[in-house]
Design a protein around this ligand. Sequence first.
Ligand code: HEM
Length: 136
Amino acid sequence: MLYFTIKALHQLSDFLLIGGMLINAFVISMVPPPIRVGVIVALRKYDRTVTTAALAGAWIFGLWLAFGYIGFSDGWLHAKLLLVVILSALHGMQQAAMRKMAADPKLEPNAFVRIGMPTILICLVLIVALAVIKPF
Ligand code: HEM
C-alpha cells in the first residue's frame, strides 16, 4: 500500500512540475514583452508555491521509491535522473529569467531558457518511456 501511495504522490508531483514548467516556458518565450510583465508577476507567485513544491515532491518521492524499493542499479533510472537534472536546472534558470524580466520586460532570456518548451516536451517523452518501459 505504501509503495503505491508514494508512487501516486510521485506522479502527482511530476504532473504539476511539468505543467508549471510549460506555463513558465510559454510566458518567457511566447508572450509579447508589452504584456509579459503583469503575467510574470502573477506567474512567479504560482511558480514559487506550486511548481517549486512539485519539483521537491518529484525528487523526494522519486528518491524514496529508489532507496526504498527499486534501488539504483538499473540503467533506465540513471538515464532518467540525467534528464531530471536537466529539467531541474532549466527550472532554476526559468526562475532567474522571470526575476530579471519582472524588472526589465524587454530583456530576452538566454538560449537554453528560450528553447524551454521543446526541451521540456522531449524530456517528458523520454522520462515517461524510461520509467514505464524500463528498456535497459
Ligand atoms: C526527480 C527525480 C526522480 C527520481 C529519483 C525518480 C525515480 C523514480 C522511481 C524509482 C520510480 C519507480 C519505478 C517503479 O516503481 O517501477 C519512478 C516512477 C515513475 N516516474 Fe520518476 N523519478 C524522478 C522524477 C520523475 C519525473 C520528473 C517524471 C515525469 C516527468 C517521472 C515519471 C515517472 C513515472 C511516469 C513513473 C511510473 C513508472 C511506472 O508506473 O512503472 N519521474 N520514478
